[in-house]
Write a protein that binds this ligand. Structure first.
Ligand SMILES: NC(=O)C1=CN([C@@H]2O[C@H](COP(=O)(O)OP(=O)(O)OC[C@H]3O[C@@H](n4cnc5c(N)ncnc54)[C@H](OP(=O)(O)O)[C@@H]3O)[C@@H](O)[C@H]2O)C=CC1
Ligand SMILES: O=C(O)[C@@H]1CCC=N1
Length: 266
């Protein structure tokens, strides 16, 4: 789907806002001339967004946009002054509730979402939630925008978005941590650093490619290896016995708790 509406991204010069803008244009989902990107400093994002207008003036952005994406840090939201009444607002901010977005912007049609940094390569799995006033036509645009960034998926409750800050928003961070743990152990066993890094990243990257197959079932992969009763089973069972699932659960809960705290005044 091509989005004909004009989209303004507040914080469009930042990590995520720039990635979304780049993905939307490079996929052909929106013409760059229909994008306006704002930032305070005048700095541009790392990724080129051909045709887009850049501004430091959020009032100009609001005036020129049919849809406003809020991509400032949660801590900066309280200082944001923008009139989005009558417009669709799409927030990517962690922890900021739809009611607070409505109160600050005057908008009623509000979507909350949690993309991740893989939007830069159009591989973000992005959950999104629409408040009751959001129109079906708005939803088609939101889905198209997040499909341009990878894959969008509507969730039925706002609470799911708060939960997903950890589940999807952290993006490459958790697989990177797994690779880090593997590298650290390989180094402790005397393997050369360059080899250890290539080996661990190669395993994680290879697994990611395998998971691309929509039919791949992670629990089946784990069970198959446990049933094989070989060396991988020994490793998996030791990790399970030592609480790896509990550790992951604690991490996801910590992310959700941090997001909840971000949404509250200090
Ligand atoms: N990065 C990620 O992977 C993810 C981020 N998010 C959410 O996305 C949002 C953006 O995060 P991220 O891109 O990482 O942060 P960045 O700091 O990279 O980008 C935020 C941008 O907002 C701009 N900004 C701040 N205040 C204003 C303002 N009043 N008007 C216009 N622009 C403003 C800043 O511009 P300047 O520097 O010029 O002041 C900055 O470039 C956050 O709310 C975060 O929770 C959600 C999921 C994943
Ligand atoms: O780490 C963060 O705060 C951002 C927001 C959600 C995921 N990443």
């Amino acid at each position: 789907m091509t989005i004909e509406a004009r989209i303004g991204i507040v914080g469009g010069n930042g990590w995520l806002g720039n990635a979304i803008a780049s993905a939307a244009v490079s996929s052909g989902t929106i013409d760059g001339k229909n994008l306006i990107l704002s930032g305070r400093s005048g700095k541009r994002g790392a990724l080129d967004v051909p045709g887009a207008v850049h501004t430091r003036d959020n009032a100009e952005l609001a005036e020129k946009s049919d849809i406003i994406v809020l991509s400032v840090r949660p801590d900066d939201f309280a200082g944001l002054n923008i009139d989005a009444s009558g417009k669709l607002v799409i927030s990517v901010m962690a922890g900021i509730a739809a009611d607070d977005i409505a109160a600050r912007t005057g908008a009623r049609r509000i979507v909350r979402s949690i993309p991740n940094a893989a939007a830069a390569i159009r591989r973000s799995f992005t959950p999104w939630f629409a408040t009751p006033d959001v129109l079906d036509s708005d939803k088609r645009i939101v889905q198209a925008l997040f499909d341009a960034c990878g894959e969008g998926a509507e969730v039925p409750q706002e609470a799911h978005i708060d939960y997903c800050v950890g589940l999807t928003g952290s993006g490459a961070a958790f697989p990177a941590l797994l690779a880090e743990a593997m590298i650290a152990h390989a180094l402790s066993q005397g393997l050369p650093p360059d080899f250890a890094a290539r080996a661990a990243k190669g395993v994680v990257a290879g697994a990611s490619q395998l998971f691309e197959d929509r039919d791949s079932d992670t629990s089946a992969i784990v069970q198959e290896m446990i049933d094989y009763r070989g060396t991988t089973a020994a490793a998996l069972q030791t990790m399970l016995d030592n609480g790896i699932k509990h550790t992951v659960a604690l991490g996801l809960e910590a992310a959700a708790a941090k997001a909840a705290a971000l949404g509250k005044p200090a």
